[in-house]
Design a binder for this molecule. Structure first.
Ligand code: DAH
Length: 339
């Protein structure tokens, strides 16, 4: 090794110390350069082979390398042990995690379950991935119905889809039990909508179903109306009015759409209710005899009503939220205001 090579090795060794970041790595470098079989002792041993006239300069350079390497190594060991030392001051105040708030959609769902719970309804559950029979056929949806189109529903093959409504849970409930049945089912639903202020491809509904045995326990449209009016008052306050409008759904006959009086203008007309004084919140009706047939019930032995609420709708009315997207953005500044 000549003087030039020595300089190079010295430089490399110092770089290695600088980039070593663990105690093990530093120890390995100490062994490599200073250990019994290390590079620096080996060079010192081989000094006798260096030409006499070069020896003093070479010796000086080796000693200088050894000194600077040791110094760099010690400094690095000292600083890394300092970094790894965790200060623990027990007099410091603890970490403060601010309590969050329940999401408005969860609040509406939980309140709904509580309100219907008082009326004897239990909460049922169903999968978001449904088959065609439960989501459409058993609900008396004709094959040409637009909702069955590929462009309206998320299909996976011919018989598997993301449920477009919570109504298939009605089918599951009736196929797995005999009347009386009193259930609500909150959950996610999916449609191929483009997102804007009032639409989202994924939204939430709360389905309701009450079926009982004839002739002892006939269920009527008046029962449906009184239950939904009770729900409206509990959810929105005593001043809310409820309106039924004739409508069509394949799985109910007669069918209605349910409006709540606008909470903002109290019915006199404003931007939120588009000057009508009313806001549509649900579809409902008397369960169609064909649906009873599909689930294996005798339509002359039972009667019942069903309804389906839009959770986002109710949350937007209840908390005065003008844009559905705010419900999904998880913006803490928005959510805190509802706390
Ligand atoms: N499934 C309907 C929809 O998504 C809502 C609905 C209407 C549910 C009438 C019902 C009902 O249970 O009886 O638009």
């Amino acid at each position: 090794m000549d003087l030039c090579e020595l300089e190079k090795s010295s430089e490399i060794s110092l770089q290695e110390v600088a980039s070593a970041d663990t105690a093990q790595a530093l120890e390995a470098l100490r062994v490599k350069y200073l250990g019994r079989n290390g590079l620096i002792p080996a060079i010192i041993k081989s000094m006798k082979d260096v030409p006499k006239e070069e020896r003093p300069a070479f010796g000086k350079a080796v000693q200088a390398w050894k000194a600077s390497f040791e110094e760099a190594l010690q400094a690095k060991i000292a600083s890394s042990t300092k970094e790894n030392h965790v200060e623990c001051d027990l007099t410091q105040p603890g970490m403060w995690y601010e309590p969050g708030i329940k999401h408005p959609l969860s609040r509406v769902i939980e309140e709904t379950a509580e309100i219907f719970g008082k009326l004897g309804f239990t909460v049922a559950d169903g999968p978001e991935l449904e088959n065609k029979f439960n989501n459409f056929t058993a609900l008396n949806t004709p094959p040409h119905h637009p909702s069955m189109d590929r462009s309206d529903t998320f299909w996976f093959g011919d018989d598997c889809l993301l449920r477009t409504q919570t109504s298939p849970v009605q089918i599951r409930a009736m196929m797995s039990a005999k009347p009386p049945i009193r259930i609500i089912c909150p959950g996610r639903t999916y449609r191929r909508d483009t997102t804007d202020a009032t639409h989202s491809a994924n939204f939430h509904q709360i389905e309701g179903l009450y079926v009982d045995n004839l002739p002892k326990k006939p269920v009527s449209l008046a029962d449906l109306k009184s239950v939904l009016a009770y729900f409206a008052r509990e959810m929105m306050g005593d001043s809310v009015k409820v309106r039924f409008r004739p409508h069509f759904f394949p799985f109910t006959e007669p069918s209605v759409e349910v409006d709540f009086s606008c909470h903002v203008c109290k019915g006199s007309g404003c931007r939120v209710c588009k000057d009508s004084g009313w806001i549509e919140v649900a579809g409902a009706g008397m369960v169609d005899p064909r649906v009873f047939k599909h689930v294996g019930y005798d339509p002359s032995a039972v009667s019942g009503y069903a309804f389906g609420f839009g959770v986002e709708r109710i949350a937007m009315i209840k908390y005065g939220i003008p844009d559905i997207r705010w419900l999904y953005e998880n913006d803490i500044r928005f959510l805190r205001q509802l706390g």
